[in-house]
Structure formats: structure tokens, C-alpha cells
Design a binder for this molecule. Structure first.
Ligand SMILES: [Fe+2]
Ligand SMILES: [Fe+2]
Length: 267
């Protein structure tokens, strides 16, 4: 069973050529499932261009949105993009919208997923920043501050995302046909997926918008969880979280603008 996870394809910046090459490379690996972990392209017609490339990958495709994908335009609000436009577009191509529904594969593998968002739990501990400071600083680190046009706070939306993915994981854990769970999120959910640079003040301040560690804490008790793959930071990382029920392998996809990458999981 081979699952390939890619993320942060940013077709708005690279165009489709690098994605076509990526898809050709992924297809040669004969995957059983391909997961796209968000930041595929904005606005929506570019997101669609990205999805169209994956019609040729030769495997079922599961899709998550990233923060860039829900940036509002004159015609499309963030809520419309997140709740209607992107899910409908994904389903119309025959792909699975993982944000709303876990995937239970016949081979006994369950996939849960979410954009994840950030709840400031990845903030740099040495800076002692309050939520109010982080809200005020956000426009300097994350364009989401001006481009996401809903009224929800980061903590409110992140809480909704957390509730959904934990619910997905719970139903997979309880499903006797499922032997192991793979979680895919746009935003990293474990500290070992976060690139910490304590000596670099600007970098350390930005960490608050690059993780949702509360999801990781709440997924860890699910004994079937064996793999966590995320995107968003564009900094490739590989690690292991040890626990009594057995290790969880963690990774971040190393894609950057114009240089898409994928991670292979063989189960
Ligand atoms: Fe990205
Ligand atoms: Fe992102």
C-alpha cells in the first residue's frame, strides 16, 4: 500500500508546468492513493487548474485546502471557498474532499485530514506573547490577516478544524476494519514538525502562525495513528513521536514555490 502526499504546490506562483512534471513523477511510483495537503492555488480557477493536473496521476486523490486557497476575491468569500466552491470543484473531478470526511481504505488504512489552521499553540515559548499581541502582529507574518474575510478568530476556526479531525480519527479508531490511521493536515500539528530558530526573533515570532499543536495532543491517544504528514511551512522535516502505544512518524512536505515535492508512505 503506497500513499503519496504532496502540498504547497502554489500554482498561482509557478504555473502548471512544474505540477505536470510532479504528477508524472508521482504516477511512476504507482501510488494507491495521492493526498494533496493544501495551498494548491488561488483564486479558485487556479485551484481547479492544479486539480486538473492530478486527473493523470493514476490513483484516487484526496484533497485538503490550505490557508492560501481560501483567500477571498471580489467574487468569492473565504466561507464560500471553504464551504462550497472548493469542495464542489474537488468532488466534480471525482476526488475526495478530506476536510469533511475521513477515508477508510479497503486495505485497513484510515486517512483523516484537515486544513488544521493555527491556534497560536506553536508560539515561541521564549517570547511570552499573549493572544492579543499575536493577533496584532499577524499582518506582518501571515497575509491571511487581510485575505481571509470571515469574522471567525483564528482560535475559533482552529477549534472547529480540531473538532472535525479528532472526530474523524475517533470514528476510524472505533472501526474494526481499520488497522492504522494516517493523519494529513495543512498546518503542522507536532512540535517536531516546526522549525525552531530561537536566535532569530522574526522567525520565532512567525512560528505562532505555523502550527496547531493542540490537534497533535488530541490525536496522540489514538493507538492506531502511525503517520502524520503536514505542509504549510515549506520546510521539510522528518521525525518520530514516541509514546507507549508505539511510535508516530511525522513529516512536513518540503515543497516551495516552483519546486513541488512529495512524501512516500509505504504501509
Ligand atoms: Fe504554502
Ligand atoms: Fe499554507
Amino acid at each position: 500500500m503506497r500513499i503519496l502526499v504532496t502540498s504547497d504546490l502554489h500554482v498561482e506562483s509557478s504555473g502548471v508546468e512544474p505540477i505536470r512534471r510532479l504528477v508524472a513523477g508521482m504516477s511512476r511510483e504507482n501510488p494507491d492513493l495521492v493526498v494533496l495537503a493544501g495551498d494548491l492555488g488561488n483564486p479558485a480557477w487556479i485551484f481547479e487548474q492544479c486539480l486538473t493536473c492530478f486527473l493523470r496521476v493514476g490513483a484516487p486523490v484526496a484533497v485538503l485546502p490550505g490557508n492560501h486557497d481560501i483567500w477571498a476575491t471580489a467574487d468569492e468569500s473565504s466561507q464560500e471557498l471553504y464551504g462550497e466552491i472548493l469542495p464542489e470543484m474537488t468532488r466534480s473531478m471525482g476526488f475526495h474532499w478530506l476536510e469533511d470526511e475521513a477515508l477508510a481504505l479497503e486495505e485497513g488504512i484510515g486517512i483523516c485530514g484537515s486544513i488544521g489552521w493555527y491556534d497560536y499553540s506553536a508560539r515561541a515559548p521564549e517570547l511570552n506573547q499573549s493572544d492579543e499581541e499575536l493577533i496584532a502582529l499577524k499582518p506582518r507574518f501571515a497575509m491571511d490577516a487581510v485575505k481571509v474575510d470571515w469574522e471567525l478568530t483564528d482560535k475559533e476556526f482552529a477549534g472547529q478544524c480540531r473538532e472535525r479531525i479528532v472526530g474523524q480519527a475517533q470514528s476510524l479508531q472505533q472501526d474494526p476494519r481499520i488497522e492504522r490511521i494516517v493523519a494529513v493536515t495543512h498546518v503542522p500539528i507536532f512540535d517536531n514538525q516546526i522549525d525552531r530558530r530561537p536566535g532569530n526573533m522574526a522567525w520565532a515570532q512567525g512560528n505562532a502562525y505555523f502550527g496547531h499543536l493542540t490537534i497533535g495532543e488530541q490525536l496522540l491517544p489514538f493507538s492506531k495513528l502511525t503517520h502524520v504528514i503536514s505542509g504549510h511551512t515549506h520546510v521539510g522535516m522528518n521525525g518520530v513521536v514516541e509514546r507507549p502505544a508505539g511510535p508516530v512518524a511525522t513529516a512536513v512536505v518540503s515543497s516551495d514555490y516552483g519546486r513541488p515535492r512529495w512524501i512516500t508512505i509505504d504501509l
